[in-house]
Design a protein around this ligand. Structure first.
Ligand SMILES: NC(=O)C1=CN([C@@H]2O[C@H](COP(=O)(O)OP(=O)(O)OC[C@H]3O[C@@H](n4cnc5c(N)ncnc54)[C@H](O)[C@@H]3O)[C@@H](O)[C@H]2O)[C@@H](O)CC1
Ligand SMILES: Nc1ncnc2c1ncn2[C@@H]1O[C@H](COP(=O)(O)OP(=O)(O)O)[C@@H](O)[C@H]1O
Ligand SMILES: [K+]
Length: 498
């Protein structure tokens, strides 16, 4: 896992690295600019492409000046530099890099007003106006610059962060940014890149190492961590000789009603293909034929059995409830009786809806339960939120308060543990935007829990595996269906097993 740190901590990491490696700030900047260019040349391969570099007077602009020099070295034949001269203050590094540039032949244009940009050639724009030193939203000339650049519809590649975009904290609807197609960002992604609001400021980002001290970064106090493949590889246990279906646990999924039986079957499918030793599905009897035809390996439990005697449920290592379940009075009673068992549950979809309707039910959750809301379900549970930053803050508080794991689903799913720590899942893609995806995820979480993984481990590993399956399928498809994601789970898990 990679610690994601805030900009103040990133600045401390700069300072620490400079001291520790006994290098100068300008040397560090040269490394950063070189790393940027190495990535840039992968993206813009034609060296005759006009490259317009817009440089502010801080260190982001200083990077831009170094980048101009390095690009010319690499043979880019049409590099033009625009010095955005909207403020007085400039950094020493900016001065140094400007002097280095002035020793070479270079078209340099000082920009006092937007008029000064009129000769800019069509091509690519490198945004090095403002970086992580941003301390307030763009206004005045900077905001106008952003609007103007965005109106050109040229490809923009931002240095470190799009100008105007806050690295962390609330992203306001009124904020102005220079919209980037690509951000080449230093050492760590910014926390705000993982929120849907970032789509207004960037399409994609890539992270390049600039040699900052990793040990220092990992020691910083931060609740945010980005999952990496090796975390899952370290976790997933290979299957041992002489193990059998009993070894891999028995999961019960309570789901489905007449209109949404598919959700139940998809959840069971996620559980089965996730490798649980045994999967039992409790659905209305009307779904039995469908179940037996589509998933003959999965067993059936009559709904009436669920409330007959508590001991019926003892054999199940984990119980998941919710996909396509419905919310009528009988279901409310069923949920209540399950909560009374005082055992951890995996709660999704309609069952989440019922918790949101009745706070007293939420209070009965047992420690170690897993809630898997998407944004709408989350807000129904915990109140409306104006921003994802605020939503995540609430999720952290609630996970601690309820002693539950919260899986807040999105393109980047946030998995929040009982201590309020947030793991961010980087896998998955927009081809997965289809109904049923969440049902498969719930089944997979149940599957891993049945196999003996702790609630938090089951939750984050399931998200990673589920997204990886979607990624694998999306290589050759514009959309992927949930059942295909389920069917590819065993292959993905195999690839993630040491
Ligand atoms: N050793 C270092 O410090 C390194 C810095 N790096 C670069 O330095 C950048 C950060 O540099 P700085 O801290 O100088 O910050 P910036 O280059 O973002 O500029 C900050 C300046 O802009 C002003 N400002 C902030 N918000 C504004 C607003 N809304 N409107 C107008 N002016 C505003 C500030 O008062 C300050 O003078 C990083 O993003 C990265 O590109 C990299 O080169 C890596 C090494
Ligand atoms: N754009 C996307 N990128 C990555 N993952 C996605 C994307 N869209 C959906 N998913 C994944 O699909 C699942 C959707 O869950 P949910 O919204 O509950 O769907 P449903 O209720 O339709 O099954 C989540 O795991 C989410 O992470
Ligand atoms: K920038």
């Amino acid at each position: 896992m990679q610690k994601l740190i805030n900009q103040q901590q990133m600045r401390s990491a700069d300072v620490f690295t400079i001291k520790n490696l006994d290098i100068s700030s300008i040397e560090l900047m040269e490394t950063a600019s070189m790393a940027f260019v190495n990535e840039f040349v992968q993206e813009i391969k034609a060296i005759e492409t006009p490259v317009n570099i817009l440089c502010g007077k801080g260190n982001n602009g200083a990077d831009g000046l170094a980048i101009a020099r390095i690009l010319q070295d690499k043979g880019y034949s049409s590099v033009a530099v625009y010095l955005i001269d909207f403020s007085e203050k400039e950094t020493a590094e900016y001065q140094t890099n400007l002097n280095r540039l002035k020793d070479l032949w270079f078209p340099l244009t000082t920009v006092k007003t937007l008029e000064d940009l009129k000769n800019m050639k069509d091509g690519v724009i490198i945004d090095a106006v403002l970086g992580s030193g941003l301390n307030k939203p763009l206004s005045g000339a900077y905001a106008e610059l952003a609007t103007f650049i965005n109106s050109l519809n040229l490809q923009v590649i931002a240095v470190d962060i799009p100008t105007g975009f806050p690295a962390e904290g609330v992203i306001a609807k009124t904020d102005h940014f220079i919209k980037a197609d690509l951000v080449i960002c230093f050492q760590r992604p910014k926390i705000n890149f993982f929120f849907p609001e970032s789509a207004a400021a960037l399409n994609r980002f890539r992270v390049v190492s600039i040699g900052l001290d990793e040990e220092f970064i990992e020691k910083q106090a931060s609740p945010y961590q980005l999952l990496e493949q090796h975390d899952i590889k370290d976790l997933i246990q290979p299957r041992k000789p002489f193990t059998h279906k009993g070894t891999y646990g028995h999961a019960l999924i309570i789901a489905g009603q007449k209109e949404t039986m598919g959700a139940a079957i998809l959840a069971a499918k996620g559980c089965l293909y996730g490798g649980a030793g045994l999967t039992t599905l409790s659905i209305p009897e009307s779904g039995l034929t469908a179940l037996n035809t589509t998933l003959p390996e999965v067993m059936y439990l009559d709904r009436k059995e669920l409330t007959s005697t508590a001991s019926v449920l003892d054999k199940f290592k984990i119980i998941a409830i919710g996909p396509g379940l419905g919310t009528d009075a009988a279901i409310i009673e069923l949920l209540k009786s399950l909560l009374m068992l005082k055992r951890p549950l995996i709660i999704d979809a309609d069952a989440l809806h019922l918790l949101g309707n009745d706070e007293s039910l939420m209070k009965q959750l047992t420690e170690g339960s897993v809630l898997t809301p998407h944004m709408k379900e989350f807000d129904h549970l915990f109140g409306a939120h104006e921003s994802w930053w605020a939503r995540l803050e609430t999720a952290r508080e609630k996970a601690v308060e309820l002693k539950c794991v919260i899986v807040l689903k999105n393109q980047y799913t946030f998995i929040i543990d009982q201590q309020g720590k947030v793991r961010i899942n980087p896998t998955g893609n927009p081809a997965m935007g289809q109904g049923g995806m969440g049902d498969v995820l719930t089944g997979l979480i149940a599957s891993l829990a049945a196999q003996g993984y702790k609630a938090i481990e089951a939750a984050y590993a399931a998200c990673f595996i589920h997204g990886t399956s979607g990624d694998l399928l999306a290589v050759t498809r514009v959309s992927v269906k949930a059942s295909a994601v389920a069917e590819h789970l065993p292959e993905v898990v195999k690839g993630l097993t040491r």
